[in-house]
Design a protein around this ligand. Structure first.
Ligand code: ASP
Length: 324
């Protein structure tokens, strides 16, 4: 029982103290704490790792502060296209949805794919039809809207034509408001959410959900719904990633954390460090990941200025951090 633990993230990127006022910092901290408490309750009552990560990511999707579900970022075309995935380390069962535009909770659709389909990944309208057939809620485009994301998108479009990680765009918008406008850093901003857990049976699970990167091209799919890239769990480790999706895909980043442990005998911490601090930067990858192993070890590395993150054991206090 004592190895049971849940860890969550709300994205990595250019998250700096100078772009954050105390009230906003409190909002993020409290939101992360509430999600961890909910995940902790699932684990403490003997729930599975799969149930704990599903509930944590569902709550993060419901929270407009994060770039998943409500509060998702916009594509270049001004639309919302969401991606999500989940994996059960005990069975290697997995499910994902990509480019969905009408699902309230993409992670619940990913879970339905894992639980009720012979397939692993559904995209677009087929994914929505599958989710609807399994009783999941569809919403109109307006549901995802937040003023903050709209302003980020307008800024990203006005200053340059490239896609930005969510928290990089937020920082740029805040600096601009404070009269400290920087030239836009093309490499900065991610706001994806994710959760990993080890339950009291020693089973592992991971889930990840995102609106993608601000101002992305319509139809672009990142690492989040791809098993092995932005989400992975087996009987060694569970991993959820956030960052420049293209590089996480090319590095098969989430799977690599487990593979280095299995094949090279690395610890969870050292394996995750090599992926985030060496392998991803070598190809221009920015971001971070959260990972747990079956002994209940937790690591939360990132190579950006900050990452919204935290963890909680089945009993005991929750721990939340933002900056490096
Ligand atoms: N990894 C996500 C993507 O590329 C973005 C993020 O982490 O915020 O879609």
């Amino acid at each position: 029982m004592n190895q049971a633990v849940i860890a969550i993230h709300g994205g990595a990127g250019t998250i700096t103290r100078d772009a954050m006022d105390p009230a906003r910092e409190r909002e993020y901290t409290e939101a992360l704490e509430q999600v961890l408490l909910a995940g902790q309750r699932v684990l403490a009552s003997g729930g599975t790792a799969v149930d704990a990560v599903t509930e944590a990511v569902r709550l993060l999707e419901e929270c407009p502060l994060f770039n998943a579900g409500k509060g998702a970022v916009l594509t270049h075309a001004g639309t919302y296209e969401l991606d999500a995935a989940i994996m059960d380390g005990a069975t290697l069962g997995a499910g994902g949805v990509a480019c969905v535009t009408r699902l309230r909770n993409p992670v619940l659709a990913a879970r339905a794919v894992m639980d009720h389909s012979e397939h692993v990944l559904f995209a677009g309208e087929g994914a929505e039809a599958f989710a609807q057939a399994h009783g999941l809620e569809l919403v109109s485009r307006d549901y995802y809207y937040t003023q903050a994301r709209y302003e980020q998108w307008e800024r990203a479009r006005a200053v340059q034509g490239m896609a930005l990680l969510d928290h990089d765009a937020a920082t740029l918008a805040a600096r601009a408001l404070a009269g400290k406008a920087d030239p836009i850093d093309p490499d900065s901003k991610f706001g994806t959410v994710g959760a990993v857990a080890c339950d009291s049976f020693g089973n592992l699970a991971a889930a990840t959900s995102t609106g993608g990167v601000t101002n992305k091209q319509a139809g672009r799919v990142g690492d989040t719904p791809l098993i092995g890239a932005g989400c992975y769990a087996d009987d060694v480790a569970a991993i959820s990633a956030t960052g420049t999706g293209e590089m996480f895909i090319r590095a098969v980043a989430a799977h690599d954390v487990s593979a280095q442990m299995r094949y090279a005998g690395l610890s969870l911490e050292e394996s995750a460090r090599r992926v985030v601090m060496e392998k991803l930067p070598a190809i221009g990858g920015r971001g971070g990941l959260i990972a747990v192993d079956r002994a209940g070890n937790v690591t939360l590395p990132f190579n950006t200025e900050g990452m919204y993150r935290g963890f909680a054991r089945a009993s005991g206090p929750v721990s939340v951090s933002i900056y490096g």
